[in-house]
Design a protein around this ligand. Structure first.
Ligand SMILES: Nc1ncnc2c1ncn2[C@@H]1O[C@H](COP(=O)(O)OP(=O)(O)OP(=O)(O)O)[C@@H](O)[C@H]1O
Length: 241
């Protein structure tokens, strides 16, 4: 088996009449945290949605854990162990934190059916989830909602966690908490693919990086190499810095 848990080769995606992805090549190494960076509109979200089968690749190939998933329906892709947290987080605002968690655990009808050891671990990663267990999710702060969204994604064991801009709009203290939690997830063997705009967040957390522009990956390599090269950051990311 290859060292890459996920690979995209020459992936094109059209949305209606618009040709958005123009041959994306991306490798997500097993056990690492890969950062997907790029200016606004570069195609990052479209890439994540194409991996999940929410948009269809019109050309190219997506392989997860040795299996071609390019044409699989989204529930089957999720069933292989891929969790996706979209930018809007997909939380049910009118339901409590507990109800949100129960709904995320396939087959669980109530909180006691959630793996309790796992739940305690999630509480230790994100204490706010325990603290606001019986509160409506809509009343949480932005950072707490993001923590709930990630908690929902990991309520069952996953091999790959895909998260769209988890640091967006968060205060620095909450970002530190997130960085800590992602580090612990990685230590548990979860492979993570994160879309980011915040280069400092990316530098602190990323092992591998891919930078997109105009619907293709224009740079890929070690995060450390990009983090140490300000000229390269500027030429690849420009004002996004
Ligand atoms: N539903 C859609 N219909 C038409 N064009 C779309 C649609 N969704 C995205 N696009 C276009 O596709 C391009 C890539 O968008 P995408 O959201 O993937 O970029 P991004 O890199 O995630 O940027 P951002 O950080 O702003 O979300 C943009 O030009 C965008 O306008």
């Amino acid at each position: 088996m290859s060292d890459n848990l996920l690979t995209l080769s020459g992936v094109h995606t059209h949305i209606g009449a618009y040709h958005i992805l123009h041959g994306v090549d991306l490798a997500v190494p097993r056990g690492q945290l890969t950062m997907l960076l790029g200016r606004n509109g570069a195609g990052k979200t479209t890439t994540l949605r194409t991996i999940m089968g929410l948009w269809r690749a019109s050309q190219g190939r997506i392989v997860f854990n040795g299996q071609d998933i390019t044409a699989l329906p989204t529930p089957q892709i999720a069933g292989l162990g891929v969790a996706y947290v979209p930018e809007n987080m997909g939380i049910f605002a009118d339901l409590t934190v507990k109800e949100n968690m129960v709904l995320a655990a396939r087959g669980a009808r109530n909180a006691s059916a959630i793996d309790q050891e796992r739940l305690q671990w999630i509480f230790s990663l994100f204490p706010a989830v325990e603290k606001f267990w019986n509160h409506p999710a809509g009343k949480l702060s932005g950072g707490q909602k993001q923590m709930l969204a990630v908690s929902r994604a990991i309520v069952e064991p996953r091999e790959l966690l895909i998260i769209d801009e988890p640091s967006k709009g968060l205060a620095p203290a909450i970002i530190n908490n997130m960085i800590d939690a992602f580090g612990q997830l990685k230590a548990k063997g979860v492979t993570i693919l994160l879309v980011e705009q915040n280069i400092n967040f990316a530098k602190r957390l990323g092992d591998t990086v891919a930078v997109m522009d105009n619907g293709v990956v224009v740079h890929a390599g070690a995060m450390k190499e990009l983090a140490e090269n300000e000229e390269l950051q500027h030429s690849l990311l420009g004002l996004a810095l």
